[in-house]
Design a protein around this ligand. Structure first.
Ligand code: TXA
Ligand code: MG
Length: 336
C-alpha cells in the first residue's frame, strides 16, 4: 500500500471514519491513530506497529468533558490536573467504563487519557467527534518519531496515510501517571515532572521503580510497556557517566565507535562519528533532540555507540535518562 502524505485534518478524518489508521502529529511524538471506539480499526494499529497485544493504548480527546463518556469514579485530582496541564504532555490513568473496547486497554479495567497540545490534532478529533487511540508511530522497539519523516522511515507502505505536521516541540512521550493507585504513581517520566504534579495536587507522587531500574520480576511491572525492548537503534548502545574531558579521552581512542554527547563536547571530540543531543545545560533541548539523535546512530553503520550522560544529578533529566537506559538495555559505565 502506498503511504499518502496529507496536509489537512479533513483528509485525515476521511481515512479514520472509514476505519483506517493514520499517523498524526502531536507536541510530544507522532502517534499512530485509529477511532478508539472501532475495534477493527484499533486492531490495525497493533498490526502495523507489530505491537504486543497486552500493551494498552492512550486515548486522545479534544475537550475535557469527553472524559466522562469513557470513565467512571474519577478522583478529584483529574480536574485539577487537566486545568493545569491540558492540553499538554500529561497522560492520566483512571477507571474505564464499558464504552472503551477491551482491545484499547489490553483488557485492563483502567484507561490512559490525554489531550494533545497541537491545534490540527484537536481539530481532527473534533471533526470526527470520536476519541483517537494512538501509541507512538514507530515500529515496536524503535525510537519514537518526532517528525513525519521518522514515521515514513518506520511505517512507509505499512499504513495508508500520515497527517503532516511540524516537528514535535517536546520530543519525548507524555508523562504517564496512574490515579487509580494509592499513592498516585508516575509510570513514565516526561516533560512534566513528578514534582510539578505533586505541587499541583498537593499530594506525594511516587515514582515507579521501573523508571530508572531494571525490573527483573515481571509481576512487579505496573505499566505493560515497561516489559518490552524500547528506543533501540540497531547499533548497540552503552551509556557513559562522566564529564566531557574524560569522555573525550575515552572516545577518541575508539574511532570505530559512534560518540553521542552534548554540544559542549564537540570541540574535544576527534572521533569522526559524533552526534550531539543538545546542550548539557538545556534539558528542554535534550528532550526535543533525543530521538532524532538515537535514530542517527544507525546511519554510521557501526557496531557500538557510547552515549555520555551527565554525572551532575541536577543536569540529568529523568525522562532523558529513562529513554537512554532503555536504548542501552540498562548498560551503564561510570568512568569516575
Ligand atoms: O506522548 C504520548 O504519550 C504519545 C502520543 C502519541 O500521545 N503516545 C505514546 O503512546 O507514547 P505509547 O503507546 O507509545 O505509550 C503508552 C504507555 C505504554 O507504556 C503503556 O503501557 C502505558 O502507556 N499505558 C497505557 N494504558 C495504560 C493503563 N491502562 N495502565 C498502565 N499503563 C498504561
Ligand atoms: Mg511507544
Amino acid at each position: 500500500m502506498k503511504t499518502l502524505l496529507l496536509n489537512s485534518a479533513e483528509k485525515a478524518a476521511d481515512f479514520l471514519l472509514k476505519g483506517e489508521v493514520v499517523a498524526i502529529p502531536t507536541e510530544t511524538v507522532y502517534g499512530l491513530a485509529a477511532d478508539a471506539l472501532n475495534e477493527n480499526a484499533v486492531k490495525k494499529i497493533f498490526e502495523a506497529k507489530d505491537r504486543p497485544s497486552d500493551n494498552p493504548l492512550i486515548v486522545h480527546i479534544a475537550d475535557f468533558e469527553e472524559i466522562y463518556n469513557f470513565t467512571q469514579n474519577l478522583p478529584k485530582e483529574v480536574e485539577v490536573l487537566a486545568k493545569k496541564f491540558w492540553p499538554g504532555p500529561l497522560t492520566i490513568i483512571v477507571k474505564k467504563n464499558n464504552i472503551i473496547p477491551d482491545i484499547v486497554t489490553a483488557g485492563l479495567d483502567s484507561v490512559a487519557i490525554r489531550m494533545p497540545d497541537l491545534n490540527i490534532t484537536r481539530d481532527l478529533i473534533k471533526l470526527l467527534n470520536r476519541p483517537l487511540a494512538a501509541p507512538s508511530a514507530n515500529l515496536s522497539g524503535r525510537p519514537s518519531p518526532t517528525s513525519y519523516k521518522h514515521v515514513l522511515n518506520d511505517l512507509d507502505e505499512k499504513i495508508p496515510a500520515i497527517l503532516m505536521g511540524p516537528d514535535c516541540t517536546v520530543g519525548v512521550e507524555s508523562t504517564v501517571i496512574d490515579l487509580t493507585s494509592n499513592p498516585i504513581c508516575l509510570l513514565r517520566p516526561g516533560k512534566i515532572t513528578a514534582e510539578e504534579i505533586s505541587n499541583v495536587i498537593n499530594k506525594k507522587v511516587y515514582v515507579d521503580k521501573s523508571v530508572d531500574h531494571l525490573i527483573s520480576d515481571l509481576k512487579d511491572v505496573k505499566s505493560p510497556g515497561v516489559k518490552y525492548k524500547h528506543y533501540s537503534p540497531k547499533t548497540r548502545v552503552i551509556l557513559v557517566k562522566t564529564d566531557k574531558n574524560k569522555f573525550a579521552k575515552f572516545i577518541n581512542s575508539k574511532p570505530e565507535c559512534v560518540a553521542m554527547a552534548f554540544n559542549e563536547d564537540a570541540e574535544f571530540i576527534k572521533n569522526p562519528n559524533f552526534i550531539s543531543y543538545g546542550s548539557e545545560n538545556s534539558q528542554t533541548q535534550q528532550l526535543s533532540r533525543l530521538f532524532d539523535a538515537l535514530r542517527k546512530i544507525d546511519s554510521y553503520n557501526k557496531k557500538l555507540a557510547y552515549v555520555r550522560i551527565s554525572e551532575d544529578k541536577e543536569k540529568l533529566n529523568l525522562a532523558v535518562f529513562n529513554r537512554l537506559l532503555r536504548a542501552a538495555a540498562f548498560n551503564v559505565i561510570d568512568l569516575n
